[in-house]
Design a protein around this ligand. Structure first.
Ligand SMILES: [Fe+2]
Length: 237
């Protein structure tokens, strides 16, 4: 498989992902075993709260890429980050103080769980007006994305892409969470699955299992679209 994972905390020493180069190596191996060939290295960025450690991030990314190449893992690392939306986000993007996905106008954006639809809609609109295309990270987490019609509005009116975590497909949780996921999928409101991997234990890369689960529930074409085609298309590969 040639999975592309657009949400993956693989860079060590910059957020709550791997803390050492060795931890990052184990994550890269795990991604390789899962059939992942492309990873957007989306370390956390919290504009206005903490300065994004751009120099360390880029240095560690290059080091990890060189190691993956030496090992013949066949993995390409792409720049990126998972941006918590704040009032400072647009300004910091414009100042190139936080990395976009592969240096394009595509960004992965997260919100706080209690953020309502108006907040998310305003954020996506404001980012869109500034020229950025938003991937809404783990859309299963927010109060403001509970309704399918609101997800549809983000996609169709504002051009956002909706990402759901691999773990949510594999273990959707209780009755309401399962019902939400089924509705979202039946209405074609999820664009891509991604692992949001942080380590090789409690939050590991489970792309292969996620793809298999989506095949069982919604068929091969949907699984390929969410795990391979759409994320690759977004990376321009
Ligand atoms: Fe994340």
């Amino acid at each position: 498989m040639q999975f592309a994972d657009l949400h993956h905390h693989v860079i060590y020493g910059v957020d709550d992902g791997p803390q050492t180069f060795e931890d990052a190596q184990a994550m890269l191996r795990r991604a390789h075993e899962n059939g992942v060939t492309d990873i957007a290295a989306t370390s956390h960025a919290t504009p206005g709260r903490h300065r994004f450690p751009m120099d360390t991030y880029l240095e560690h990314l290059r080091k990890e890429q060189a190691w993956a190449d030496e090992q013949g893992l066949g993995i390409r690392l792409h720049t990126g980050c998972e941006i918590l939306y704040t009032d400072e986000t647009v300004r910091l993007l414009q100042d190139n103080a936080i990395p976009t996905i592969d240096g394009t106008r595509l960004i992965l954006v997260e919100f706080l769980p209690a953020n309502d639809f108006n907040h998310i809609q305003n954020a996506v609109r404001r980012l869109g007006n500034a020229g950025y295309t938003v991937i809404v990270a783990h859309a299963e987490r927010y109060d403001g994305t509970r309704k399918v019609e609101d997800l549809r509005a983000l996609r169709e009116d504002l051009g956002a892409y909706i990402q759901i975590n691999a773990h949510t497909f594999i273990s959707p949780g209780g009755f309401f969470a399962k019902r939400w996921l089924r509705k979202v999928m039946e209405n074609g409101c999820c664009d891509l699955a991604a692992t949001d991997a942080h380590n090789t234990s409690s939050r590991s890369c489970q792309m292969k299992k996620c793809h298999e689960t989506i095949i069982k529930e919604w068929g091969q074409d949907t699984a390929n679209s969410l795990c391979i085609e759409t994320p690759r298309q977004l990376l321009g590969i």
